[in-house]
Ligand binder design. Structure first.
Ligand SMILES: [Zn+2]
Length: 185
């Protein structure tokens, strides 16, 4: 979704950034000119598992030329600074599908080592209307749960969120039973 680009210049004065000695929770960079500490924050994104009246899930085929190009993803995108998450997901769904959708709850929060994106996925239901894909989509269509193209999904998070939303993840393994005690003697 987002490349983890290392910043080089200060946002305030344009000076070169230097790396301080690493300290837990401390800023990864300081501006050599004005001393501004620069934190390399995660990116917050939202996505929606949007079902229609028939229980089918809207997926779109990504037009952007990155590693998920041509693969099926959930409608979603980055949260604007100061924007409420639930507003952001409804906005992204409307922009990418042309459909108004009602929020039904949280599916889950997804993050991966080395990936700057923290993804928050909501469950929504689309209201009847004319779907209209944005230019970010090659195709937009609803899939019945049995027809979801699991081998052609864009991101690991797409599959995880869909399985969580559709309750397809294996339940956690039961607590291991204590081994029977060996008979003494
Ligand atoms: Zn500076």
């Amino acid at each position: 979704m987002t490349k983890d680009i290392t910043p080089r210049h200060c946002l305030a004065c344009g000076g070169m950034l230097t790396r301080p000695l690493p300290s837990p929770g401390g800023p990864p960079f300081y501006c050599a000119a004005c001393g501004l500490p620069v934190y390399h924050d995660p990116k917050v994104a939202v996505a929606g598992v949007v079902t229609d009246q028939a229980g089918r899930v809207w997926l779109l085929r990504r037009a952007q030329r990155d590693q998920a190009h041509g693969r099926w993803i959930l409608p979603g995108g980055h949260v604007d600074r100061g924007e409420e998450l639930t507003q952001a997901v409804r906005r992204e769904v409307a922009e990418e599908t042309g459909l108004q959708a009602e929020l039904r709850g949280l599916v889950g929060v997804y993050s991966y080592p080395g990936n700057p994106v923290v993804l928050i996925v909501y469950r929504l239901t689309s209201q009847p209307g004319q779907p209209r894909p944005s230019r970010e989509a090659l195709e937009l269509r609803p899939f019945a749960p049995a027809d979801i193209p699991w081998d052609r999904l864009g991101y690991v998070s797409t599959g995880q969120a869909l399985r969580d939303a559709l309750d397809l993840n294996p339940s956690p393994a039961p607590e291991p039973r204590l081994a029977p005690r060996p008979a003494l003697g």
